[in-house]
Design a protein around this ligand. Structure first.
Ligand code: ZN
Length: 110
């Protein structure tokens, strides 16, 4: 589970909409190193941009795309997609009580 401490502004919602549309078109982020994702440009010209997750809970990430570099209003969809992927990556489902008990059994005294 990730606790978001940053406001999900209309700019983030818009960036997420664009990320969703690009995902539908097959443009998805790929984890290339811990906290680092890469994503193709929506221009389909072979350009790949790199996103670095700074703090997923605060929705902080950098991107080397023109939008990300110039600090334009709003957020680039690459960062939105990378943050969403990072949330999925770190939000593994909790094990069931049964599974947790089975794993903890190895610490029981024999
Ligand atoms: Zn970007």
């Amino acid at each position: 589970m990730v606790k978001l401490t940053a406001p999900v502004t209309p700019a983030w919602v818009s960036a997420n909409d664009r990320a969703y549309q690009n995902r539908q078109a097959g443009r998805v982020v790929t984890l290339v190193a811990p906290g680092v994702y890469q994503c193709p440009s929506s221009k389909a010209d072979g350009t790949v941009y790199t996103q670095r997750i700074l703090n997923v809970g605060q929705l902080q990430a950098t991107c080397d795309c023109p939008h990300g570099q110039h600090g334009a209003a709003g957020h680039c969809w690459h960062s939105a997609a990378a943050l969403a992927a990072e949330v999925c990556r770190v939000s593994r489902p909790r094990p069931s009580a049964e599974e947790a008990a089975r794993k903890m059994a190895r610490f029981a005294r024999r």
